[in-house]
Design a binder for this molecule. Structure first.
Ligand SMILES: Nc1nc2c(c(=O)[nH]1)N[C@H]1C(S)=C(S)[C@@H](COP(=O)(O)O)O[C@H]1N2
Ligand SMILES: [Mo]
Length: 320
């Protein structure tokens, strides 16, 4: 993950409180980016913006875990992305994932490994038992930027409990879809595919661990990991695996795609930690997308109260 400045990230944004406002904001930014001579959004994105004013999700319960900080604009959340299956540049996923996922086939998710109730489900059926809620979380990327995103989804623990993990289930491994036709980035070997991530079982069961199906009142777009993605807000962004097709209970610590790519740079835990530098840059500060001045990064991305106990007695410099 190489650090690149994106000019969108330097635009000053204001608090956005309702959908109408952020749609207007979207149109404003489209004009602003055009005026500034910055690469314009694809025509398709412009054409589809009025449709986005109709929320799919209504009257959602607000989570007590939500932060009250200003939201990052809808535009930044949906155009400044990391999703290497669709290219390595921040604006690649929004351009290349417009047709993803292929709606003509149902999205299947396999839940297997060390559990008594494994299964393969159509997404609709998988999520049906769970009450969707809105959760506003900070997301801190390992590259030094951060966002505040209003997610829609449900607690990962609720889903995992339903699968009845057994006593050998010490970790949970997640896989993204492997389909180089639909995901052109998989035709290059920039990462080991499918994208793999993992959590220790108690991390996965922590109430903060969240499975998102939407954001900003609507279904997830391809670039944000449709139709199902993990969100672990106390960890660097790459742990929040997108477009999940498999959730497997395992006995041994999973080896993530980023650990394969750079074992000295990306550890299994990858907890946000201002005191542990990435080998090539410091992690002590971050730029909130839409702000000019950097802010200080906090331990566990500010979620120490909720997750600090998971790491008591661990040397966080060793288990980075
Ligand atoms: N499958 C998959 N998941 C992924 C990635 C990826 O390249 N592939 N990138 C990660 C990184 S590095 C970050 S910062 C977040 C970005 O999420 P966002 O684009 O929705 O903000 O997704 C994470 N999930
Ligand atoms: Mo990231």
């Amino acid at each position: 993950m190489y650090f690149k400045k994106n000019k969108l990230g330097l635009l000053k944004e204001h608090e956005i409180t309702d959908e109408k406002l952020y749609i207007n904001r979207r149109q404003f930014i489209n004009k602003a980016t055009l005026l500034a001579g910055i690469a314009a959004l694809p025509l398709q994105a412009l054409a589809s913006s009025p449709g986005r004013a109709i929320s799919k999700y209504k009257g959602l319960q607000k989570s007590p875990f939500s932060t009250v900080e200003d939201l990052t604009s809808y535009d930044s959340v949906t155009t400044y992305n990391n999703f290497y299956e669709f290219g390595v540049d921040k604006n690649d996923p929004a351009k290349n994932a417009t047709e993803f996922p292929d709606k003509s086939e149902p999205w299947r998710v396999v839940i297997d490994g060390e559990c008594d109730n494994p299964g393969e489900y159509d997404l609709e059926k998988l999520i049906k038992p769970f009450t969707l809620e809105e959760r506003i979380y900070r997301l801190r990327c390992v590259e030094g930027w951060s966002m505040v995103i209003p997610w829609i989804g449900f607690s990962l623990a609720d889903l995992l409990k339903q699968a009845q993990p057994n006593s050998k289930a010490k970790y949970v491994e997640f896989n993204t879809l492997y389909n180089p036709q639909q995901m052109p980035g998989q035709q290059s070997s920039v990462l080991k595919w499918p994208y793999v991530e993992g959590l220790r079982i108690d991390e996965a069961m922590n109430p903060l661990s969240f499975l998102a199906t939407g954001l900003y009142g609507n279904e997830l777009l391809g670039q944000n990991g449709a139709p199902l993605r993990l969100v672990t807000p106390w960890k660097y962004g790459f742990k929040s695996i997108k477009s999940i097709t498999q959730i497997r209970f395992v006995e041994k610590e999973p080896v993530s795609s980023w650990m394969v790519a750079g074992p000295a740079e990306y550890g299994f835990y990858s907890n946000v930690n201002p005191d542990v530098s990435h080998p090539r840059w410091s992690q002590s500060r971050e730029r909130r997308i839409g702000e000019v001045l950097k802010r200080k990064t906090t331990l566990f991305n500010g979620y120490e109260e909720q997750v600090g106990h998971l790491y008591t007695g661990m040397d966080l410099k060793k288990h980075f």
